[in-house]
Design a protein around this ligand. Sequence first.
Ligand SMILES: NC(=O)c1ccc[n+]([C@@H]2O[C@H](COP(=O)([O-])OP(=O)(O)OC[C@H]3O[C@@H](n4cnc5c(N)ncnc54)[C@H](OP(=O)(O)O)[C@@H]3O)[C@@H](O)[C@H]2O)c1
Length: 498
Amino acid sequence: MSTLEVRIEEPVTFVISGATGDLTRRKLLPALYTLFKEKALTQNFSIVGFARRDYDSQSFRSLMAEALREHSRVETDDASLNAFCEHLSYYRGDLSDPTAYAGLKAQFDDGTLPANRLFYLSITPDLIEAAVTGLRAAGLITPPHSKPWTRVVVEKPFGSDLQSARALNCALLDHLDETQIYRIDHYLGKETVQNILSFRFSNILFEPVFNRTYVDHIQITAAETVGMESGRGAFYDKTGAQRDMVVNHLLQLLCLVTMEPPDGLEARSIRNEKMKILRALRLAPETRQHPAICFGQYSGDGKTNAFREEDRVDPQSNTETFAALRMEINNWRWAGVPIYLRTGKRLARKTTEIAVQFKTPPLSLFQHVACKGDVCDLTGVKPNTLIFRIQPDEGIFLQVSAKRPSMQMVVESVNMDFSYSGKWPKDLPEAYERLLLDALRGDSTLFTRSDEAEAEWEVIEPALTIATRHEPSPYAPGSWGPTEADAILLSSNVWKNE
Ligand SMILES: NC(=O)c1ccc[n+]([C@@H]2O[C@H](COP(=O)([O-])OP(=O)(O)OC[C@H]3O[C@@H](n4cnc5c(N)ncnc54)[C@H](OP(=O)(O)O)[C@@H]3O)[C@@H](O)[C@H]2O)c1
């Protein structure tokens, strides 16, 4: 048994379209190498890199060996690297050329390549239709529910708005069955994200209070300290924070933390429950004092560039590098509970977390307690907060109030911690390792279904429209975004920045 506790016995060919790109080099090949090294794959597998650049199989292997030395999380000794690279080959072609696939088809037909095929489309969304049309025209897509099987993994972003997501779904479903399509959102492959469901539904303590009676509000934050390093400027200027992070990662986290218990753990049950949330989710109505949205763009500080000064970014760009939204779920469980989403580049700290803040208990019992400083002001009996830390310092933390050892009644907020590194010191598997294994096993639970992908865009469309009409507010690098973001918070809510 592999150390990843899964072993795929079926022979398989991975065809990676976009094999000379950044994602292949940094994530896909390292993930496949780990699966190989940890013996999660059979010996009978092939990886075909497909792209236009002028490589042959030998030079492609050297390129990938170098990428693995730089990015692999497991040891890259020469013997293992050489053994792995023997499974690699390069197929040069333009995927929008319908004749480009003939040679690939011949390699499947003459048995050079294992017949089960996983096409990984590590390409921009505008190329996806051409890619699947070409695969189909070349006879490379086998019928659904048959052996040998065909599966197609589609990278994010899934379109750039509702209309393009619908068009992309139509193009994919013209050539493939939904069961053959794996729309990837790598956040869902993270251990900590999967743990949201097990934590919620395998403990009796929390689920009874996960509702509007006890929860004051929820904050979901995905903050990055990086800006446009590694040449991402051109891509990001066209995309922005909402399309890059909110429409997929943050909405998926929101669904997992608010959905009803599914009737099983299989893909259909979980996706059905997520869909119910997406249908009930909307941008909260704004009030006179409280807008529902804030967009920002980072400025420079003499040491780092402003967004508009970044390489391959329009100097007049109004693209948002920060977005904060107040959402609400119009259903029985969550009506009236504000859900704040916040994401941005060049913020104070790298963190992705979900904070569920409960309501303040009735405090009359403590009314006559003498308090000193912030250790015990009565509001210092802080409301309980449950934090799912997705990355880094993965774990789950519960803030509770407790009596400080003292002759006086002094109440202080303390943490009950569960950290992954404390309990399981081994590295957590990379999200792409998990998701590739799931696609190989035919398990689509952690991938986005067509209706989910469209519903996510539908939810976010009003905010996208507002963004086109507003110039983003500037914010200092290393801050928590524009101060205007505070205005979207209701009543006594404050951002959780610690
Ligand atoms: N990079 C990341 O960290 C990351 C993270 C999440 C999602 N993604 C998504 O993953 C996809 C790939 O991203 P990336 O960063 O790897 O992009 P990239 O570095 O720009 O690579 C694009 C790849 O597509 C190939 N390509 C472009 N046009 C082609 C054509 N007509 N025929 C054949 N191959 C073609 C390029 O190869 P040639 O130039 O050699 O043809 C290159 O290998 C994008 O959808 C991106 O949004 C990336």
